[in-house]
Design a protein around this ligand. Structure first.
Ligand code: HEC
Length: 177
């Protein structure tokens, strides 16, 4: 009985401390001060577990058609490259200033699995809260998002010249944007 009481009081004190800290204004909110280890762990684990769960039943269509690559490339260049970079560009104001930092999507990553395609599709469609990553789902249909997922698979192999050719938007296409 006594232990329960002590635990109860300790819990209340901890809660009051947390509320006092929130109101104190001491939390560093600026994007130029990194999270401490504990906060990073909580946020990263929350993000990874949540996306893995939400994306697990998404069906991945065939991603190898050249038409997908071309459509996805033009969209990537217009909507994503400012933050996620392109071949030959290692930094941008966005990639330097945003926190969390947008990953450089031109860097090769191990594993090119279905799981990665699902994960990317979900992130592009829904975005990520409290980060610079917007949700593109409200304004773009699933096909367009899969086209970008297809393009992302090839992006790390592209030279700056190949990137330029693949991402050029031809005039007749411009109206569909
Ligand atoms: C304003 C900047 C910004 C723009 C524009 C943007 N993103 Fe992001 N994106 C981010 C940030 C920041 C993250 C990382 C969020 C995090 O770590 O929680 C991210 C994460 C991602 C991820 C997850 C990467 C990983 O390895 O976990 C993918 C995939 C992605 N973005 C694709 C895209 C695509 C495709 C577009 C264009 C349609 C796009 N993003 C546009 C900022 C941006």
């Amino acid at each position: 009985m006594k232990t329960i009481k002590i635990l109860g009081v300790a819990g209340l004190v901890a809660l009051a401390g947390a509320v006092a800290f929130i109101y104190s204004g001491l939390y560093p909110m600026g994007a130029d001060v990194p999270h401490n280890r504990m906060t990073s762990w909580v946020l990263e684990t929350l993000r990874e577990r949540s996306i893995a769960r939400a994306a697990k039943d998404i069906e991945v269509p065939s991603l190898n058609e050249p038409a997908r690559l071309l459509a996805g490339g033009a969209d990537y260049n217009d909507m994503c490259a400012a933050c996620h970079l392109k071949p030959g560009k290692r930094e941008s104001d966005m990639s330097i200033g945003l926190y969390p930092k947008p990953p450089n999507l031109t860097e090769a990553r191990p594993g090119d699995s279905e799981a990665e395609a699902r994960h990317r599709f979900w992130i592009i469609k829904h975005g990520i809260k409290a980060s610079g990553m917007p949700a593109w789902g409200p304004t773009h249909d699933d096909e367009r998002i899969w086209n970008m997922v297809a393009f992302l698979r090839r992006l790390p192999e592209l030279t700056p010249e190949q990137y330029q050719i693949l991402t050029a938007r031809d005039e007749s296409d411009a109206n569909h944007h």
